[in-house]
Ligand binder design. Structure first.
Ligand code: MSP
Length: 663
């Protein structure tokens, strides 16, 4: 009999730059990809989950030189540490690719040659700027006060003979593709950003080789050149599947990828350069590129150079991989930025894991122990309250699946926690300790305890993609860890599968309650969370340009105290003018009480300088001042915007003195 082919699912993380300190922000993408890979395996897919390291480029060559080792020695050492981190966080990747793997190098060389042979790559001369930390090319106009517009660091003037890739030739095809494939770039706000900021203004051909350093994949037909790292790196998604080799079964099986998970700052490479490479190669495009937000600390995005990195190894050691993974995926809606804080972590562990889940298990097992001598009783006649619990348990898997298919990890977990909450409420409603007082009520008590155990079995399966070891610890206490058929997704089609008579095994709390104060004190000593050094590193171009376009994605909940941190004021525009060499920026002089403030705002495409004068706007007055294109900006004015790129300034509806507070 021919076994029916399984459905396939191919998911990737970005490949990481070898860095001796991967922080919790890096772990975020990989944990999310892992949860998704585990979920798909659980629901019957043949999964290919790829991660790895991006090891070439000028940056690595320089660091290795500084350390007095060869680039290969340097990366070998670091990659071992990265693999160790993924092991600690229970990352179940199917393949770990290194761009120094010989098979990868060969594929990249073949890709380059193919594009050259067909005329999509040509030789010319490059003169422009290069940001080594970002490995990005910039034109003079794109620079921000002579610095990299992405990370604000120094750029270098590069003038060398180079190969170029004809991005411009494919631009219209790509625009059409993106417009016709809603799901290709997610969340939708990132799609608009790519179309409006990069594609529609027009693409320049991309410089795709370098001659001024050696640590890269050589161009086979021109020894002096090494291939641009992003061409090298992006190719990993297909070289790992044996593309253009004689072992390309995996490519045939898994390509196109179902989803590339990437951080928002590298969406540009994945939705412009990568699809154009694939178009030129005549291959299908990935079904989706999902640009998730950043985990940030108060000082901005975590980065080693800012000294504000949170070490996942320290947290894992204290709280375990389950708790850390749960926190990362529950706390922040996946498309949005989210603030990491020790307090939020410890509180979530206490409330969601120790209280809601841990206590539910301990109470259930303790009651089975006490009232039925440790044996799961059988279920007798059902009452409405039992049916309600069962119906909810049976409905939860589909809801979770729907949310997971949209990468809504936090919402999927919230759905599971609704079932946990319902089960806890079921204990309050049925009051087993009262039932236990009368012998007559024994069958009813048995039914209640059986349903509690079965509900916990459902929960153990549902949480398994997110928390790799808690499910087995739950099953051990329920005495069902040897029953494989009770662990599958399909087993959630029926409520009542645990055999009555199973022996439970009381154990320690699966998530011990933490002493919040003590934890915060200890963590404070090891993990910085505030007053970070001046940002010298990657910041979003949004922050850089004073762009007030709001993300339309769901944001994390805030308290009234969070809101009270904002100093919002009415500000009257006294004068306005365009910022030189910028199509988007206007420089405004605002009257705020007795003070005059200068604010630079990215609204020039929506308002002329003249029409703004005299308007009363709303200013975020206590925003840290920044310099935009050399102009001091002391705050930010508020505006509404929608997905079509429309923008409207927020104003007051009656005359009121400038400087009045807004709350
Ligand atoms: N090497 C490139 C990717 C090439 S993919 C063909 C790269 N590497 S990286 O190590 O700098 O970043 C890897 C991933 O980690 C990116 O998706 C990035 O967005 C993510 N993160 C790094 N810091 C982060 C946070 N603070 N928060 C969330 N994700 C972050 O870019």
């Amino acid at each position: 009999m021919k076994v029916k082919d399984k459905k396939t699912f191919y998911i990737t993380t970005p490949i990481y730059y070898p860095s001796d300190k991967l922080h919790i922000g890096h772990s975020y993408t990989t944990v999310a990809a892992d949860a998704m890979a585990r979920f798909k395996r659980l629901t019957g897919y043949d999964v290919m989950f790829l991660t790895g390291t991006d090891e070439h480029g000028q940056k690595i060559e320089r660091v290795a030189k500084e350390k007095g080792v060869s680039p290969k020695e340097y990366v070998d050492h670091i990659v071992a540490g990265i693999k160790e981190l993924w092991k600690t966080l229970d990352i179940s990747y199917d393949h770990f690719i290194r761009t120094t793997d010989p098979e990868h190098k060969e594929t990249v060389q073949k890709i380059f040659k193919k594009l050259y042979d067909q005329g999509d790559i040509y030789k010319s001369e490059y003169e422009g700027w290069y940001c080594t930390p970002c490995e990005s090319f910039w034109t003079e106009v794109q620079l921000n006060e002579g610095k990299c517009p992405d990370c604000n660091r120094e750029v270098e003037l590069v003038k060398e003979e180079s190969y170029f890739f004809k991005l411009s030739k494919y631009q219209d095809r790509l625009i059409k593709y993106i417009e016709e494939h809603e799901e290709f770039i997610q969340p939708p706000s990132r799609k608009n950003e790519m179309l409006n900021n990069f594609l529609r203004p027009g693409l320049e051909d991309l410089c795709v080789s370098r001659t001024s350093f050696k640590w890269g994949i050589p161009v086979t037909f021109d020894d002096d050149h090494v291939i641009y790292v992003w061409i090298d790196a992006l190719s990993n998604y297909i070289s790992a599947l044996g593309y253009l080799s004689n072992k390309d079964e995996k490519f045939k099986k898994y390509w196109p990828a179902d989803v590339h998970l990437v951080g928002k700052e590298i969406v540009r490479f994945h939705t412009i350069i990568w699809p154009i490479m694939l178009m030129a190669l005549g291959e299908e495009l990935p079904k989706q590129v999902f640009g998730h937000g950043w985990l940030i600390l108060e000082g901005g995005k975590m980065s080693k150079s800012k000294g504000n990195v949170v070490d996942p190894l320290i947290l894992e050691k204290r709280y375990g991989s389950d708790a850390l993974r749960y926190f990362l995926l529950r706390e922040v809606p996946f498309g949005s930025d989210g603030v990491f804080s020790n307090e939020a972590l410890v509180n979530r562990i206490n409330s969601d894991l120790a209280n809601d889940l841990g206590n539910l298990l301990s109470r259930t097992v303790a009651m089975i122990d006490k009232y039925f001598d440790g044996t799961i009783p059988s279920c007798a006649e059902l009452e409405d309250v039992d049916k309600e619990l069962m119906d909810m348990a049976l409905a939860t898997p589909n809801k979770v699946e729907e949310l997971m298919n949209q990468l809504l990890f936090s919402n999927a977990l919230a759905e599971i926690w609704k079932l946990i909450g319902r089960t806890n409420k079921y204990i309050d409603e049925t009051m087993p300790w009262i039932l236990a007082k009368s012998e007559e009520q024994k069958p009813r008590l048995g039914t209640v305890l059986y349903n509690l155990a079965e509900s916990l079995r459902f929960i153990s399966v549902l949480i398994s993609p997110f928390m790799p070891s808690a499910p087995d610890r739950i099953r051990q206490q329920l005495g069902i860890d040897n029953f494989d058929d009770l662990k599958s997704w399909d087993s959630l089609g029926e409520f009542g599968k645990i055999p009555a008579g199973t022996k439970v095994q009381r154990g320690n709390p699966i998530f011990p309650r933490l002493d919040v104060e003590k934890e915060l004190e200890d963590l404070e000593k090891t993990l910085p969370t505030e007053s970070q050094k001046e940002d010298k590193s990657k910041e979003s171009s949004k922050e850089k340009e004073g762009d007030q376009k709001k993300d339309t994605e769901e944001k994390a909940e805030i308290t009234i105290d969070d809101f009270a941190k904002l100093d919002l004021r009415v500000a009257r525009v006294m004068a306005a003018e365009k910022v030189e060499k910028s199509d988007r920026l206007l420089k405004l002089q605002l009257k705020v009480g007795d003070e005059t403030r200068q604010v630079v705002s990215g609204i020039a495409e929506h308002y002329s300088a003249e029409e703004l004068v005299g308007k009363d706007l709303i200013l975020v007055a206590n925003l840290k001042p920044v310099k935009l294109r050399g102009n001091l900006s002391q705050g930010m004015i508020l505006a509404a915007s929608n997905e079509d790129g429309k923008l409207s300034l927020v104003t007051v509806d009656k005359e009121i003195e400038p400087g009045s507070t807004v709350s």
